[in-house]
Design a binder for this molecule. Structure first.
Ligand code: SAH
Length: 220
């Protein structure tokens, strides 16, 4: 897997190393997360016209009015998800271009990713294949219902913002599991939340203010 990632991203390894240096300076501490960010060729996930900007620490537009998350936010969410130790099964809501899923796939055993826009799923699938990431399973569906067939998950990472915490997703967390999710209004304030499940109790902790596309219902 790593050989494949290097092969495709060879030309930009130095650029990626600079991104890792910036992430470290911005406060990302988990070396496994930094290493995965350094291995993942982000330019593969954006349109060719934007590939020269792929290693800037900013969100960029992808097709269908969606965005690829800012590298700092990807690193921060991944670090928060893994803060209690290694995870076996992780559910991601909002595959988008597949960048976050590719970072996760290098750090956990299996990633289950749900996306409501079919065309994005197809592109992402091709990228995972090209990068040799065979531990990501994608599903064209409304992710607010999670992916019950594969629940429970040790980790849930949500990359579109619902206005309120979806209980359906909480219920698919394993006991002791963690969910990282932006919550808030589309044009209002959204905050990253970390939800930890202890039996039937859910502990909620608030991190940074963020700006994600809204979690929408229905398929496209
Ligand atoms: N994880 C991506 C970010 C994608 S942007 C990355 O690595 O860059 C958010 C994505 O969430 C969009 O592709 C959007 O279509 C998707 N989305 C929004 N609401 C959804 C829902 N209810 N179920 C599944 N995906 C959803």
């Amino acid at each position: 897997m790593k050989a494949n990632l290097r092969g495709i991203g060879m030309t930009s390894q130095r650029t990626r190393d600079r991104l890792v240096t910036r992430l470290r300076a911005a406060g990302i501490r988990d070396e496994r997360v930094l290493a995965a960010m350094g291995e993942t060729p982000r330019h593969v996930f954006v349109d060719e016209a934007l590939s020269s900007r792929a290693y800037e620490d900013t969100a960029l537009p992808i097709s269908f009015g969606q965005t690829i998350s800012q590298p700092y936010v990807v690193a921060r969410m991944t670090e928060a998800l893994l803060a209690d130790g290694p995870l076996h099964k992780v559910l991601e809501i909002g595959t988008g271009c597949g960048y976050q899923a590719s970072v996760l796939a290098q750090l956990v055993d299996r990633v289950y990713s749900v996306e409501r826009i079919g065309a994005l799923i197809n592109q992402a699938r091709e990228r995972f294949y090209a990068l040799g990431l065979h531990n990501i399973k994608v599903n064209h569906n409304d992710g607010s219902w999670g992916w019950p067939e594969y629940a429970p998950f040790g980790g849930v990472l949500v990359t579109a913002a619902p206005a309120a915490l979806p209980m359906e997703l909480c219920q698919q967390l394993a006991d002791g599991g963690r969910m990282v999710i932006p919550v808030g209004e589309q044009h209002g304030l959204q905050y990253l939340n970390v939800i930890t499940r202890h039996g039937d109790e859910f502990k909620r902790e608030q991190l940074d203010a963020v700006s994600f596309v809204p979690m929408l219902g229905g398929l496209q």
